[in-house]
Design a protein around this ligand. Structure first.
Ligand code: NAP
Ligand code: MG
Length: 453
């Protein structure tokens, strides 16, 4: 077994050592999950619900500790990290309602009774990235468990600590051994094994489009079920008739939250040309005043990037020739810091406009008409998220319908809620998580006909 040294990205100090699972350990965990699954699926719905609620209550009990752990492992601000732990609690509570309510149907047919059942898949393998270790894990494991599956979950190598903790809380809540197993390890080892192991019936993957494509190809071999949540290059569209003060003051939060390491980051701001100057006048000071620093502090708005390698990648998008219109502050010294930065791309093919940077860098681009705004918003391989700022209700509706993305918000950047569906168009993914329908993607629909004579 190899060891991973877990680093605090705000200090560059080692905070823990974690043993990484190898293929043999992964196979053993999958075998335990497969053995535990019939018993879990056969547990009375009310009892499964009770166990999930107890799990939620333990997450709530340890919320501050989970949040502190995330701050030191991932560099998330303490206020964000509390929200993330709270999200795990809420997602568990939400899906705790499911075992007793995921009802089938009775369909009129001649000669007997026709009913449908939502049957669990078996073992579900969940592969989690480092950007939101707690929520993204829960968006997979909560509905998967509620639907009667057992789960093996691989956190990102860089950010295993909160997932390991959640695995222990599940056991403490009384969820039986083998039902929910957290397996820290490398993507190329544990993640790959979820794809190739025949007992894993579904893979839930969040991460890069490149790895997602590889997993999708791998799953084809066994016609394995798959949900993909991949990258984004979402547009924040600001029309001249918008509340410009509000749009400009909210725009930094829409892209720099979690240091831009968010698949929903609105990393392209499209502004109607007639108000471009005024928007930049309001937006630039908002960028410069983002409080960047120690994520433990209550008043910090933006922490560090996740790793030295990631900072290197984010930095590579900015050169001496880049036209920077606003740049915020960043601490000196240890920590993987990068200042919030707003740029004007050099042209339509500039990587600043086309690639998911996954850091605090935003491109500002003017447009001249509603049609052009929609065309520019859709001029990307991605389609995850986006915002529309306007006071014209008809325009809000037309543009919302015109933008090819899974999650849009009007006069707001909030588009992810545990009770509503989340997922991407085009290269941003496949399938949906969260909301009432997520359960369907963790079950097979079975039809049974019983003759009456
Ligand atoms: P990544 O390689 O796609 O990692 C995501 C998860 O997949 C991690 O748990 C990773 O494990 C695992 N993984 C890696 N290779 C795998 C394989 N061959 N088979 C199965 N699982 C595998 O993403 P990254 O390298 O961390 O980040 C690269 C870029 O991806 C970012 O800069 C960003 O643009 C994008 N990204 C998007 C999201 C999102 O929310 N959509 C999240 C993260 C990253 P290890 O970490 O142990 O390698
Ligand atoms: Mg990778």
């Amino acid at each position: 077994m190899s060891i991973h040294h877990v680093i605090d990205p705000a200090t560059e100090e080692q905070i823990a050592e974690v043993e990484l699972a190898d293929v043999a350990a992964t196979d053993a965990a999958i075998a335990r999950a497969a053995a535990a699954q019939p018993g879990w699926a056969g547990t009375a719905p009310a009892d499964r619900a009770r166990l999930l609620r107890r799990f939620a209550a333990l997450v709530d009990r340890d919320l501050e500790e989970l949040a502190r752990l995330e701050v030191s492992n991932s560099g998330h601000t303490i206020t964000n990290a509390r929200g993330e732990a709270g999200n795990v609690r809420d997602v568990l509570d939400y899906y705790a309602g499911a075992p007793e309510r995921h009802i089938g149907s009775q369909i009129p047919v001649a000669g007997g009774l026709n009913v449908t059942f939502h049957e669990p898949l078996g073992v579900v393998g969940i592969i989690v990235p480092w950007n939101f270790p707690m929520p993204i894990a829960a968006w997979g494991f909560a509905p998967a468990l509620a639907a009667g599956n057992t789960v093996v979950l691989k956190p990102a190598e860089l950010t295993p600590l909160t997932a390991v903790r959640l695995g222990r809380l599940a056991l403490e809540s009384g969820i039986p051994e083998g039902v929910f197993t957290v397996l820290p390890g490398k993507g190329s080892v544990v993640g790959e094994r979820f794809v190739t192991h025949p007992a894993v019936r579904k893979v839930v993957f969040t991460g890069s489009t490149q790895v997602g494509q590889r997993i999708m190809a791998g799953c084809a071999d066994q016609v394995k079920r798959l949900t993909l949540e991949l990258g984004g290059k979402s547009a924040n569209i600001v029309f001249a008739d918008a509340d410009l003060e509000l749009a400009a003051s909210q725009a930094p939060g829409g892209v720099f939250d979690n240091s831009g390491q968010d698949c929903c980051a609105r990393s392209r701001i499209l502004v109607e040309r007639s108000v471009l100057d005024r928007f930049v006048e309001l937006f630039a000071p908002a960028v410069e005043s983002v409080a960047v620093g120690d994520p433990q502090r209550e008043d910090t708005v933006m922490g560090p990037l996740i790793s030295a390698a990631h900072r290197e990648r984010v930095s590579s998008f900015i050169s001496a020739e880049t036209e920077v219109i606003a740049r915020g502050a960043a601490p000196e010294g240890p920590g993987f810091w990068f200042p919030p930065t707003a740029v004007v791309p050099a042209g339509p093919s500039d990587p600043l406009l086309r690639e998911e940077i996954f850091g605090p860098v935003v491109a500002v681009v003017p447009f001249d008409s509603e049609e052009e705004a929609v065309r520019l918003a859709n001029d990307t391989e991605f389609g995850l998220s986006g915002s529309i700022w306007t006071r014209d209700v008809g325009r809000a509706l037309r543009v919302s319908r015109g933008v090819e993305a899974g999650n849009l918000s009007v006069n707001s950047h909030a588009s992810v809620r545990y009770s509503t569906p989340f997922g991407g168009f085009k290269a941003s993914g496949l399938g949906r998580e969260l909301g009432p329908d997520a359960l369907d993607s963790f079950t097979e629909l079975k039809n049974v006909f019983i003759a009456d004579s």
